[in-house]
Design a protein around this ligand. Structure first.
Ligand code: SF4
Length: 518
């Protein structure tokens, strides 16, 4: 992982004029009345703090107890900013429950309540990764060949088949194609048969369902929205990749911020198993030279043999034989990918194009993961940005393959340069969760000033702390992670942000720019 460049100093921000603070309290009161609640001091204080952060361009971290009404405290200033500045605000959550609360309950009522004061209703939309939406092309064309290991298990096939049948019935009625709206839900193997990753998508221009595509429609809605609600995973993809998923935005609000680091780490991780290599080889089928596919299959078998002798857990050294097996997988998968690229034709019919995309995605993932795992052992142990470990299934998980996993040790630097530097960020969480997280990461207390305190909860704003995952007081560490409180979020400073500094950009840049991620 390249070193993260230091954040340039930002001049001290001036305080928000008192009349703006009064406005936000009045609008919050309208919103609270619209929802049918009662005014709470912590909520008003938090709304003013969010308003100040947005106006001054300084980052803000707030912990507020249950019952504070955090969502209205950030949604009201977010709506004011979006409408008055003709801008977009992105609001990210960790859980589906909170997303649903914002989209189904808080935002519709808030929009109606404050519309008279703002001149119009704020427009809002929800946007998730492409894998979260039903893919009409895959639904019609059928799954990629043997796309999931579970399909090798005859016992699992009938259960998956019933779920897929239910998905076909649901597809005829759903208006959003959003997986989270299917109740009860289906397992991952069934869902994968009717959805695609961004790498597998044909692209709206070439797809026969491009104009009706659920993922594309959600993206269009997001493009017209003042407030876009999303999840931490998509926020991470947008931040780490070199293409834009969300409309241009200068403010991001992260609720349930205690989960952000884990979600970002997950997005920035890779995995490789012999089963995944076999799946990639099956997907290649007869679309490319048989010799290239046989080489990939042999490389997968070689990896399987090697992994059988590797102890479970963290790997600090890479055995020569395992390194050779990984090189074979990388080279064979890259060879297949090259064959696909050279044999590509512009006028391929959609089903064949979809099969090629699915195979190309699988061999690309295998080659990238093998390359990243090999590269992780290059630097001295103390300097390694990634950690590698073998995840071996327990006796009860016989269907799951032994898997090599690779993940970044720290994501604070990535978040600093890719998410927080270009825009103003407001992060909020419940105190217990924030402090638990802080303690786990070596901090002993939440550094901040009290906004309000009451018998049930205290609302606090961090005045000076490093990025999530460390939660340390500014200046207490020589870490390259900058503080939250000085946000280079003006357009002048934004222009100075270097591009392409993500260690993942070389890999992800291959995704089409129109992808909704995931
Ligand atoms: S555009 Fe992509 S996600 Fe949408 S239907 Fe087509 S292939 Fe599926």
């Amino acid at each position: 992982m390249p070193p993260v460049p230091p954040v340039p100093p930002v001049p001290s921000a001036s305080p928000v004029p008192p009349e703006h603070a009064a406005d936000i309290a009045r609008l919050l009161a309208m919103a609270v009345a619209g929802i049918g609640g009662a005014e709470r001091p912590g909520q008003v204080a938090m709304a003013r703090a969010v308003q100040t952060a947005i106006e001054t361009g300084e980052h803000l971290a707030v912990q507020a107890g249950t019952g504070t009404g955090k969502s209205l405290a950030y949604l009201v200033p977010a709506a004011v900013h979006a409408i008055s500045e003709d801008a977009t605000v992105v609001v990210s959550t960790a859980t589906i429950a909170l997303q649903r609360q914002l989209i189904d309950r808080d935002l519709p009522r808030l929009a109606a309540a404050i519309a008279p004061a703002l001149g119009r209703e704020p427009v809002f939309a929800i946007l998730k990764g492409r894998r979260n939406y039903l893919c009409l092309q895959r639904l019609r064309g059928g799954p990629a060949d043997d796309q999931d290991e579970a399909l090798f298990d005859p016992g699992a096939v009938s259960a998956i088949g019933r779920q897929v049948q239910r998905l076909h019935e649901w597809a005829a009625t759903t208006k959003t194609g959003d997986r989270d709206e299917l109740v009860p839900g289906v397992g991952e193997p069934a869902w994968r048969q009717v959805s695609v990753s961004a790498r597998e998508c044909l692209g709206a221009q070439r797809c026969p369902f491009g104009t009706r595509c659920f993922a594309e429609l959600a993206r269009d809605d997001a493009g017209r929205a003042d407030i876009v609600v999303t999840n931490h995973a998509l926020l991470a993809i947008d931040a780490l990749e070199d293409f834009d998923i969300f409309p241009e935005h200068d403010v991001v609000i992260v609720d349930e911020a205690h989960d952000l680091v884990d979600r970002v780490t997950s997005v920035a991780s890779d995995e490789l198993s012999a089963a995944a290599v076999e799946v990639a080889a099956r997907r290649c089928g007869r679309m490319i030279e048989e010799k290239a596919v046989a080489r990939l299959r042999d490389a997968g078998l070689g990896l399987e043999r090697m992994l059988a002798d590797v102890p479970e857990g963290r790997m600090d050294m890479l055995d020569e034989a395992l390194a050779s097996a990984l090189e074979s997988v990388r080279d064979a998968a890259a060879g297949c990918a090259a064959e696909f690229r050279t044999s590509a034709q512009n006028d391929e019919e959609p089903d064949r194009l979809a099969a090629r995309r699915a195979a190309l995605a699988a061999v690309g993932d295998a080659a990238d993961a093998a390359e990243r795992i090999l590269g992780a052992f290059g630097p001295a142990i103390a300097d390694r940005p990634d950690v590698v470990w073998l995840d071996r299934p327990s006796a009860e998980e016989s269907g799951r393959p032994s898997t090599l996993r690779v993940a970044p040790l720290r994501v604070g630097g990535l978040l600093a340069s890719r998410l927080f530097r270009p825009r103003t960020a407001g992060l909020t969480s419940a105190p217990a969760r924030a402090t638990t997280r802080a303690s786990r990461d070596g901090n002993t207390r939440w550094p901040g000033r009290e906004l309000t305190s009451g018998p049930r909860s205290t609302t606090r704003a961090a005045e000076s702390c490093t990025l999530p995952g460390t939660f340390r007081r500014r200046g207490a560490t020589a870490s390259p992670t900058p503080t939250w409180t000085r946000s280079p979020s003006s357009s002048r400073q934004r222009a100075a942000v270097p591009s392409g500094c993500s260690p993942r950009c070389g890999r992800r840049a291959r995704r089409p720019a129109s992808c909704a991620g995931g």
